[in-house]
Design a protein around this ligand. Sequence first.
Ligand code: AMP
Ligand code: MG
Length: 325
Amino acid sequence: MYEVETEFARTLVAEACTLTRRVQNDVVANADSLTKGDRSPVTLADLTVQAVIGQRLADRFPADAFLAEEDSSSLDAPGMADKVGSLARSAIDDLDNARIAAALDRGNHPGGAEGRHWVLDPVDGTKGFLRGQQYAIALALVDEGRVVVGALGCPNLPSPGARGNGDGWIFYAARDAGAWATPCGGGATVAASVDSIADSARAVFCESVEAAHAAHSVQAGIARRLGITAEPYRIDSQCKYAVLARGEASIYLRLPRDESYREKVWDHAAGAIVIEEAGGRVSDLDGNLLDFSRGRRLATGRGIIATNGVLHETVLEACRAELSS
Ligand code: AMP
Ligand code: MG
């Protein structure tokens, strides 16, 4: 099922990777904007991707709703509407500024358990994007509250086994059909599959680069309980799900720094289905499946744990032990 949607999601994400790569190349070439903390490049990339994907989805699946991170209010920054307009028109040549605003604002859907809606994070990992490192374009289809398709564009992800920047990969998955990875530059598509490490001491775990997004010290304590000696694999964005889905890490820990923070659905929908279809498991700290039917955010503030499946119960147990100590 969902073959047409899966293939369409993959092509949308591939096109988006091309657009964001152009913007990020400018960021890297102009190191000045990094030191000034100028966020306008990521806004340009975010808005352009959301407008182009929003418009393409409206054309192809007009009955489907759209839930995305951004809205047209960010076009108000000086010069932004024109920059987004010219980049977006390199993809869809008749997309005028009014249609761009409308395509962006289609993304205001509240989510929930009824019907179908597409979920988009146009640039996930904005900190990584601005550092010239990893980020992702994350698109998923939610049908009756359940994620059924996911596509994760990782434009800088290196070849399997390597770290640092590479030529990019797209991961995609459809419910009960499997998960695959394909190089952005063309080349053979391969099945994505988690590793089968059963001894937690041999596992690598990944976590956010940004200490504000996850409790690194708690995660270090959990890793110690699991006997993990390898350094954490820190990588921005849903690329964490991608590296797990191809067996380069066995565990992804995301324990909240602040339990009142509610994770956003677009930060996990595509990544979660890729992991599940690659043979792994994703849950909150209580072992419950993530619930994408509650709106624009997940209802739980209890962290997110993704594993290769084999290690899941062991990791949950280590989390409970660490948190009650
Ligand atoms: P990462 O690249 O894994 O560090 O995660 C990036 C995502 O973290 C962004 O897309 C934000 O939506 C999300 N985020 C922002 N603030 C927080 C927070 N306090 N806790 C967890 N995630 C956050
Ligand atoms: Mg995000």
